[in-house]
Design a protein around this ligand. Sequence first.
Ligand code: KG4
Ligand code: ZN
Length: 340
Amino acid sequence: MIGAGDLILGLETSCDDTCAAVVSGAGEVRSNVISSQGIHDAYGGVVPEIASRHHLELVNAAVDDALRRAGATLGDIELVAVTQGPGLVGALLVGVATAKAIAAARGLALAPVDHLQGHVAANFLREAGGAEAIMEPPFVCLLASGGHTLLASVEDHETFTVLGRTLDDAAGEAFDKGARLLGLPFPGGPALERLARDGDPEAFAFPVARGLGGLDFSFAGVKTALLYRVRDLGEEGARERRADLAASYQHAIVTALAERCERALAERGGDRLAIGGGVAANGPLRARLARLGVALGVPPRELCTDNAAMIASAARFVDAQPFPAYLAIDAYASGERALA
Ligand code: KG4
Ligand code: ZN
C-alpha cells in the first residue's frame, strides 16, 4: 500500500506524447513533463512507427526531467506506474520497457495502468496547493479523446462502468478531421478552437445526432456535413467562411457531448460530473458543462490531454506487481466494465 508521502513515478507513451511525472501517494503532482513530438503534422496524423522511435529518443530525458523538477531522485521513488494499454503497440512498448528497467534496477514494484482509467484518475489528483482531489467518486465522467469517447459511471477509484460510447468516430477524431478539412494543422482540436473564436456558432446548422437513443454518440454525420458544406461553398467561399464553419462545427460537437452528459445525469439521478481526455481541454465545452448546474470536476488542461500524472494517480488504486515484475503490454486493455 502506498503511503500519502510516498512518491510514484508515472510513464505514459501510448500515443505521440512522451510523458513522465512524479505524484505523491496523496495525489499531489510534484512534476508533470509532457514532450509533444510535434513531428506528425506533416502527415496529418500520428505515424505509429515514428511515434515509437521518438519515444525511445525522449523517454530517458523525460524521466530525468520529471525527477529533477520534483526535486527527487530514483532513490526516492516507491512505485513505478506505466500505461499498459490501450494504445499504439510500439509506443506502449517503449514506456513499458522503460518502466520495467527502472523497476528491475531499483527493486521497485510496477503498476500497470489502463489509459482510460488514467484519464478518469486525473480527477483524483489535487490541484497545486489544493487540499482535496478535483473530484472524488461517485460521479458520471465524460471521457473524450482522440481515440475514445464514452460516458462512464465512476463508482469507486478502481474501475468504471460504461454507460454509452461513440458508435463511430471519437470526438477528438471529429475535431481533427474537421480541422483538416478547414486546412488547420494536426492536432486539430486546439487549432479549431482558436479559429472558432472569430466565428459565429449559429452560422451553419450541423447535425448533433439527437435521434440516437440511449447514451451513445455518433460523430460521422457532423463530419460528413462539414465536408459537403465546404464542397458547396467552393474553395474560396469556404476560406472566407472558415471561422464560421469552425465555430458552427465545434458548436455541434459540444452540443452533442453536453446533451448526452445531461441525459446521463438525468437518467442516473446524479448531480456530479467530471471530464477527461484531450477534448475536455476545449473551452466552449467546459463553459457549456459549467452551465449544467451540477458539481463539476474539471482537471486543468494539462491533466486532460495525455500526461503521466494521471497514470501515477490511477496507480495508487491498482494492484502493483512486486519485483520482479513480468508485465506485458496490452494494446487493447481497458479497465472498464460494460453495462449489460
Ligand atoms: O487524450 P488525448 O491527449 O490523447 C488521446 O488519448 O487520444 O486527446 C487528443 C485529442 C485530439 O483529437 C485533439 O484534437 C483533442 O484531443 N483536443 C482538443 C483540444 N485539445 C486537444 N479538442 C478540442 N479542443 C481542444 N482544446
Ligand atoms: Zn488519452
